[in-house]
Design a protein around this ligand. Sequence first.
Ligand code: HEC
Ligand code: HEC
Length: 499
Amino acid sequence: MKVVLLIASIIFLSACDQKNKYTVSYIERSAPKFIAAENNPGGQTTVANQTQPSFQLPAANLADELKPNFHAGKALANQPWVKAPTVTFARDGLGPVYNARTCLMCHIKGGKGFIPNNNETPVRGTLVRLSKVLEQQDLSVHSELIKQAGVIPHPMYGDQIQGQSVSLAHQLRHSQKPGTIKHDVPPEAYVHINWIEKTFTYPDQHQVSLRKPELDFKYLGYGPLGDDTQFSLRVAPTIHGMGLLGLIAEQDLIALADAKDKNNDGISGRVNQVWDVEKQATVVGRFGLKSNKPSLAMIVGGAFTNDVGITNSLAPKQPCTELQTACLKIPNGNDKQGVELPDNLLELVINFNRDLAPVQRRNSQDVSVLAGRELFYQVGCNQCHNPRFVTQKSDTAPHLSEQVIWPYSDLLLHDMGPELADGRPDYLATGSEWRTAPLWGIGLLHKVNGSKVFLHDGRARSIEEAILWHGGEANQAKAQFIQFEKLDRDDLINFVNSL
Ligand code: HEC
Ligand code: HEC
């Protein structure tokens, strides 16, 4: 009998190994032995850390002949778009309403966006998404829409607030008192933030101030938003290593999911299922803060149209809703295919995003960092911030193929509790679920562009604050962190900063 059991368990274990052979050792509660590969979060794509670290470099192993394309894509993501029509035919079509003139005005130098610290200036590098509450009776009316968009957009404002417009009156706004000039196409709103501060006290009496944002819309351009509108404030995340994340096998993500929490550890990652326009199919979502986008192509195409107002074959409709009639009438920068950005240029920007390299870790052998590494596994941060994957084979991007990568995310949705909830569902993601934020490069954020804000809405100003906001499925991990002595808390934070 014993022998049978033993054989059965060997078969079972090796089946598990087969299923998820690269990640299985890293979801244990004790840290595996440190290996040198951990220093290179992007495998062979990893670039060296420099005095002025950069999230804008191409993969270290990118073939020389692909580098000009990388730089062309970067230029398209970095140089301002202008209003149509102009002589600079290739760069017009901005807006009519938009959030920023370039991608990298939000993803500054490839790093995180900025969020104002006070109510005086409106947000720029930060988005407000919005949608209507889904009532049961809406399901049949909107089923196709929800299948395609994940949410019911606001009928007047669409699914995000665009705070800028190409209207001359708006462009002159900085010389006028806002609200005093009549806009032909008004920007949708200026979003300001009130920060509500509270103090958190550890059992050892050490105190930390935590702040939470409250939205303050000024100068709504198209009338009231209505009570049943849901909002979600989102600061631009980092964009390095995207191509590597895109190459994690769907089975690997599904293998990490534990929707019903069968292993009873309080943590139940779920996959989001989202609509892929290119494939005309529902697939596992992995990009976006609620894993609400299926592919890099879809998030870049969507960002061009919705954030910059540059339409393309993946998101061909101007960022105006049917009710914004003046917006729809403004001249566009369309080419013969009826969009503002031809496919070859869109591809350059997609590939620029794909090839942005993660940066080497620092100080991984420090005594404190190594101690923090132990604690990271011990309290179960790794249960969501999954350390390691191996990317799939890729013929189109051989440099990203079969790389051992260390993103510290499972790309799954986790219920993070009421404090972090935005109350805005997106496809299968509920109003309190978020995708585990990848932690690679996190310790370099401040050096890269001066921004140092964490969590979806940028409320946390340090790693410590970010941890203290964790709730829901992360409650147990946080509770252990809080009980630690200050020195241990610092070790854990030093480890995260070394990633
Ligand atoms: C107004 C600021 C803003 C602009 C402009 C902007 N983005 Fe973003 N970007 C964001 C935010 C916020 C998110 C998170 C979106 C979400 O989950 O709702 C995001 C998400 C992304 C992601 C996914 C990151 C991840 O971890 O899944 C990529 C890639 C990206 N943007 C690329 C681009 C590109 C390319 C452009 C230009 C065409 C662009 N963005 C323009 C704010 C911006
Ligand atoms: C149940 C899953 C889960 C566990 C356990 C967990 N996290 Fe997270 N973590 C998340 C999710 C989801 C987010 C994104 C939340 C958001 O944006 O509001 C996040 C965000 C973060 C961030 C902010 C990253 C950024 O760039 O904004 C840090 C830092 C972080 N976690 C560290 C930790 C540490 C350290 C631990 C262990 C003490 C831990 N987490 C445990 C799921 C988890």
